[in-house]
Design a protein around this ligand. Structure first.
Ligand SMILES: Cc1cc2nc3c(=O)[nH]c(=O)nc-3n(C[C@H](O)[C@H](O)[C@H](O)COP(=O)(O)O)c2cc1C
Ligand SMILES: [Mn+2]
Length: 502
């Protein structure tokens, strides 16, 4: 079944129906004020942590923007589950497992409905707007209802772009999905990279060293090209926004993954001024290019690490056009000390990608990237330990696996430990380890945003083996049994004293 929304507008309507969105008509400033409100809402109890739609945003120059601003739309587990159209992450894990390792249908209904559709990748290839409508229908795609190609007209100046934190280098577009094509193969890549607004039609392009956007940009330079065309879609359907931030391997089209998540192909339309395609239902699209030999100072920016990332030189994005829907909505996010919207996206990534990780490291039972570790700093994994040194093998696997290579602290526990319960994990780390024996240090690439590494993007990592130690691992003493009450006593107490406990 497809997820129950078609685009961001329908997603917003559903949130409003569920009383999970607040419409705010009170005037607010896009300079810091929206951050302060959103930060409090993100950290509030669940019944107060809602998506926010600001209808009256005052821009830095004091004028009111005509464009409403949506924030925190994905900032809760239920909202992420709505994004994939599932009741729990287990459901979506099952779909992915089936896709990775197709098994025979267990009943006729499955055989007829779900499985043939799921197993076929071509069901998720993007479709083009032009092909869907044929050449007879001259209707424009929603994201191109309004087209501005005259750069002397307001473009970025129309948008309520946030200055998020007091020492930020300027206003930033934080939730744009950046579309580029590999200049060698024409393959598409979609990544989420922030854009610092320099003026009405110029921004920074903050694709970091390890990310695909940067790789394709370096390819363009190596091929002797002078520029790389870039499109940025803002306010895409949530499954597309999510996929742009998901750690897919290089060469995998994020839009195919998005189609899989939603169970419907993404519909794309050709850009007006560049050779690129963007999701037809996006709210706003920026078209333009990046020159291969132009860099400009970008930053500082209050980042998801809870610190400002320092200013540095990055490429510059020049707009050739801005297109948008009639009455567009500007979607954005803020990052900072956790928890915020991106933490829920990170949780979804952790759970949705677990089956993919298990395909290569099948002994992993569950994993948790606790928010305090801001994604790359800490991973807790439980394993079905089968041989001596198994936990250390897991550490090496993690450090060799895609973006998990950045993990600074890997904690490995036995399968009975609930990795989502950090207190339970801490109990095992503190009690079941001998620091000298159970810590394994390594060196390698680190997240470019990590400010504590001795050098930029390079540093050390540690694995902590908090599993039970075996004789075959050189543990010659007796390992004691963990305390558990027996089931009969528990049942007897439940029966006789239920009033005391519930
Ligand atoms: C809110 C948010 C903002 C992000 N900002 C950036 C950014 O400015 N630069 C960057 O390189 N990655 C940023 N990321 C992470 C990338 O989007 C993510 O690693 C993605 O997998 C990169 O895709 P790619 O490998 O196709 O380049 C951001 C992620 C989120 C959720
Ligand atoms: Mn990619």
């Amino acid at each position: 079944m497809a997820a129950p929304y078609k685009d961001l507008r329908q997603f917003v309507d559903i949130l409003r129906q569920r009383d999970d969105l607040l419409d705010i008509y009170e005037p607010v400033s896009c300079h810091l004020e929206i951050t302060e409100i959103t930060d409090r809402v993100s950290k509030a109890p669940r019944d107060k942590n809602k998506a926010l739609l600001f209808h009256n945003v005052t821009q830095a120059n004091g004028t009111k923007s005509d464009v409403p601003l949506l924030i925190n739309a994905l900032g809760a587990t239920e909202r992420m589950l709505l994004m994939v159209g599932a009741d729990s992450y287990k459901d979506i894990q099952k779909r992915i497992e089936f896709f990775l390792k197709p098994t025979k249908p267990t009943n006729l209904l499955e055989a007829i409905t779900l499985l043939p559709k799921l197993a076929d990748l071509k069901n998720f290839l993007p479709r083009t707007w032009e092909n869907n409508w044929g050449n007879t229908l001259k209707e424009s795609a929603p994201c191109q209802e309004v087209v501005i190609t005259d750069t002397t007209q307001p473009m970025l100046d129309k948008l309520p772009i946030l200055t998020c934190w007091p020492d930020d280098g300027g206003p930033y577009i934080t939730f744009g999905t950046v579309f580029v094509k590999d200049p060698a193969t024409g393959e598409r890549n979609v990544g989420m990279y922030r854009l610092q607004k320099y003026d009405n039609c110029t921004t920074g392009m903050h694709w970091q060293k390890h990310h695909d956007g940067n790789r394709l940009y370096e390819n363009a330079r190596a091929m002797g090209k002078d520029r790389l065309e870039v499109a940025v879609a803002i306010g895409c359907s949530p499954h597309i926004t999510f996929s742009s931030a998901a750690p897919l391997p290089p060469g995998i089209d994020e839009l195919i993954f998005a189609g899989f998540l939603h169970n419907t192909p993404v519909e794309v339309v050709k850009c007006k001024t560049i050779d690129n395609e963007v999701p037809a239902d996006s709210e706003i699209v920026l078209e333009g290019y990046v020159l291969v030999d132009e860099l400009r100072n970008e930053g500082p920016f209050g980042d998801h690490t809870g610190y400002y990332s320092l200013a540095d030189d990055y490429p510059v994005f020049h707009l050739t056009a801005m297109t948008h829907r009639k009455n567009p909505m500007y979607q954005t996010t803020i990052v900072g000390k956790p928890p915020q919207e991106d933490c829920y996206m990170g949780k979804a990534i952790e759970q949705i990608f677990l089956p993919c990780v298990r395909l290569f490291v099948p002994e992993i039972v569950d994993m948790n990237l606790p928010w305090e570790g801001v994604f790359h700093n800490c991973m807790i994994v439980s394993i079905d330990k089968r041989y001596p040194g198994h936990a250390k093998k897991i550490m090496s696997s993690i450090w060799g696996f895609g973006q998990m290579m950045f993990t600074k602290y890997v904690i490995v526990v036995d399968k009975h430990v609930d990795v989502q319960n950090v207190s339970e994990v801490a109990f095992h780390v503190f009690n079941d380890t001998d620091p000298k024996r159970d810590m394994m240090f390594a060196e390698g690439p680190m997240d470019a945003l990590d400010h504590a590494t001795p050098m930029w993007a390079f540093g050390s990592k540690v694995g902590i083996d908090a599993t039970k130690k075996w004789a075959t691992e050189g543990f010659t003493r007796e390992w004691p049994e963990e305390l558990y009450m027996d089931d009969a006593t528990k049942a007897a107490v439940n029966a006789r004293f239920s009033l005391l406990f519930y």
